[in-house]
Design a protein around this ligand. Structure first.
Ligand code: GLU
Length: 288
C-alpha cells in the first residue's frame, strides 16, 4: 500500500519571505491537498549566526496571511515534533555518528575560501553548484572514525568516485547528476557545532515521514547530494517535485534581498493574496 502523502514547507528564518517562497509553498500545499494528505511546517532555524526568532515568527504570520495552511508545525504541534530544527540536535548527532562509523564522512580543516581558490568549477551550470572539493585533499579512508563528537571542525561527505545519481522528478522527469563532475565532497557538519543543511534536511524529512519534497529547482544538485545521504543512512528517500523559480518582469530571480516583494511589504502596500496569485509574475514559469 502507498504511504499517505506527507508534504512539508521548510523556510529558513534568515529574512522575510518573498513572493517566490510563497509560490513554492503554495504549490506544496496544493499538491498535499490534491493527494488528500498532510502538510508540515518545519522551521529550519539551525544557523545560529543568520537565523532570527523574529523571522521564524514572521514566516508563520505572513504565510497564514497569504492563505497557506498546514496541519503540523511549531504553532500547532503534532506527533512528529519538535518542528524547529534547533530543537532536534539529538537526531542530527545520531546521523553524524552513523555516517562517521560507516566511514562516509571525514573531518576537514579547509575553509570555504581554500576550496574556492583550489577547486575546479563544477560542470553543471546550476547556481547551487559549488566548486568541486579537490580529491587530493581527501584524507585516507577511516580518518576521523575515532572521533567521539564532531568538535570544532567541518565534516564532509566523501562522494563515490564513479557514480551518477538519477531520480525522477514529478515535474521535470528524469534528472541525473554525476559525482565529482557536477558536485564534490560536501559539508554535513559545520565547525560552529550545527549540522549542515544537506544532513539536517534528510534526517528530518525521513523522521517526519515526508513522502514528497516540493522545493525550488535551484536545489536540484542538493537533491542529488541528499540521495547519497539517504543511501548512506539506510533511509528510503521521498519523491521530489522541483518548482520553477519566480522571476520578476525583467527576468531576474526573486531573492530575499529584493525587499519590495516581501510578503510583509506587499501586505502593507494593500495587496490582497488572491490578487497576487492571479498576477502575471505569479504565473512566470508555471506553464511548462
Ligand atoms: N530551508 C531550506 C530553504 O529555505 C529548505 C529547502 C528544501 O529543502 O526544500 O532553502
Amino acid at each position: 500500500m502507498k504511504p499517505p502523502y506527507r508534504g512539508r514547507i521548510a523556510p529558513t528564518p534568515t529574512g522575510y519571505l518573498h513572493l517566490g517562497h510563497a509560490r513554492t509553498f503554495w504549490i506544496a500545499m496544493e499538491r498535499a491537498n490534491e493527494a488528500g494528505g498532510q502538510l508540515i511546517f518545519r522551521d529550519e532555524d539551525l544557523d545560529p549566526q543568520r537565523c532570527k526568532p523574529e523571522f521564524s515568527a514572521s514566516a508563520i504570520e505572513d504565510l497564514r496571511w497569504f492563505g497557506c495552511d498546514w496541519q503540523e508545525g511549531p504553532d500547532l504541534h503534532g506527533p512528529f515534533g519538535p518542528y524547529r530544527q534547533s530543537e532536534r540536535d539529538t537526531l542530527f548527532l545520531e546521523a553524524w555518528e552513523q555516517l562517521k562509523n560507516r566511514g562516509y564522512i571525514y573531518p576537514c580543516d579547509k575553509s570555504r575560501k581554500d576550496v574556492a581558490r583550489a577547486a575546479r568549477a563544477p560542470h553543471a551550470e546550476d547556481e547551487a553548484a559549488e566548486p568541486i572539493y579537490p580529491e587530493n585533499w581527501r584524507p585516507p579512508l577511516g580518518h576521523g572514525r575515532d572521533a567521539e563528537s564532531p568538535g570544532a571542525i567541518n565534516w564532509r561527505f566523501r562522494v563515490p568516485d564513479e557514480r551518477r545519481v538519477d531520480f525522477d522528478d514529478a515535474r521535470l522527469g528524469p534528472c541525473a547528476f554525476e559525482c565529482l563532475r557536477d558536485f564534490g565532497d560536501f559539508l554535513v557538519w559545520r565547525k560552529d557545532g550545527v549540522p549542515a543543511y544537506e544532513l539536517a534536511v534528510v534526517v528530518d524529512d525521513a523522521a517526519m515521514q515526508i513522502s514528497e519534497v516540493v522545493r525550488g529547482e535551484d536545489l536540484l544538485i542538493s537533491t542529488a547530494r541528499q540521495l547519497l545521504l539517504y543511501e548512506a543512512l539506510g533511509l528510503t528517500p521521498p519523491g521530489f517535485y522541483h518548482a520553477p523559480l519566480l522571476c520578476d518582469t525583467s527576468g531576474q530571480r526573486l531573492a530575499k534581498r529584493n525587499r519590495s516583494l516581501t510578503l510583509r511589504e506587499l501586505r502593507a502596500a494593500g495587496h490582497r493574496p488572491e490578487q497576487l496569485r492571479q498576477s502575471e509574475d505569479w504565473w512566470s514559469g508555471l506553464d511548462d
